[in-house]
Design a protein around this ligand. Sequence first.
Ligand code: ARG
Length: 457
Amino acid sequence: MWGGRFADGPSAIMREINASIPFDKALWRQDIAASKAHVAMLAAQKIVTAEDARTISEGLDQVAGEYEANGVPEDWDLEDIHMTTESRLAELIGPVAGRLHTARSRNDQVATDFKLWVRDAIDRADDGLKALQIALVTRADENAASIMPGFTHLQTAQPVTLGHHLMAYYEMTARDRDRFADARRRLALCPLGSAALAGTGFPIDRDMTAEALGFDGPTHNSLDAVSDRDFALDYLMAASQCSLHMSRLAEELIIWASQPYGFVRMPDTLSTGSSIMPQKKNPDAAELVRGHAGRIVGCVTSLMISMKGLPLAYSKDMQNDKPPVFEAAGLLDLCIAAMTGMVADSTFNTDRMREAAELGYATATDLADWLVVQADIPFREAHHITGAAVKLAETRGVALDALPLADLKAIDERIEESVFAALSVDASVAARSSYGGTAPNQVRSQVKRARKELGME
Ligand code: ARG
């Protein structure tokens, strides 16, 4: 394709280091679509004849049919998907295929193809996250009043509702979807027609190709257009942050599924067994989600480091943009789908959760709050009195509300019988009805708002 000025062909090493076809063949659909848009524009602008354009366009359809049926052939001599397609087109339709590359370079071509691919990846992530949100909201609704311990430092802190906990992940995934939408908005301009770096002297119509490929318009600076991989980084950064959320949810389910917790039974379909220990059911899918998040973060780092020192415009380093994006996208899609299955199909042991909340002195803050409200004691002093009560309960190995009133009165005589009503876990969560709080009525209104956002009602 470019051998005119060379006396010797590339060495075996050159061919191997240069070839991107093993991975960029994933761009074949986008490459065909962009080529068809380009040739239609060339015809409309009378840069090629209508007849040649039709031959080329039909030839491209034929190549696409072959790829669909047999996959994309990997010939290192043809370097990448762009040359592979053009070469096959020439085999099929003859020298007229050579007119396709008029007023275009692989530099604007690859930027365009890659943007189209990333746009699809963003849409897939959004669809996946929406399905996850529907699962979260559904389980939260069922468990708006299911009580569990809430943790800080992974130590029992205050009782919360399982619905409230699940809705926290709804909020995280809502921000993820927003970040993906933002990334999509920012990749809305089409690089095609920027040519190698400087634009072209042919009378092309960039608005036409931009529109045909679903962009809002053409990019404004040809040097930037062929050098820019911000759109891939935007996607990877949104994907990284999303993967952290998937990983945190996975981590919680792993902890909750361990026998000493016993809060959740993972679905068999997303668990594996042990080859030696017959009783084992391991949360491998969740562990891999946690692991994959590390790889996804590695992908964003990889592309940032590839880009950071590059002068304008295109350098071949940029060919390395695709593997991390393809890898991250494949991993992220899997992570989101796995977490959706886990949320939808896990069995929560709500009795065990409630028991854990009751045992962990989770209502100690409620005792302190009662002293403030009912006995007008400053909070710091109330905190101290409550600490003494917890210490006594702990020594006796009982829950706070199992201490006799006389013993509580010995700690502070202002404590009255009515305190016991405040010490139940149900009273504790019901009391936390500030906006966004854990009380079942607040959780139900969070769920209602989310269902509306998701178009579920
Ligand atoms: N395979 C190349 C890539 O993915 C296409 C662009 C090649 N351009 C060039 N001037 N060698 O980046």
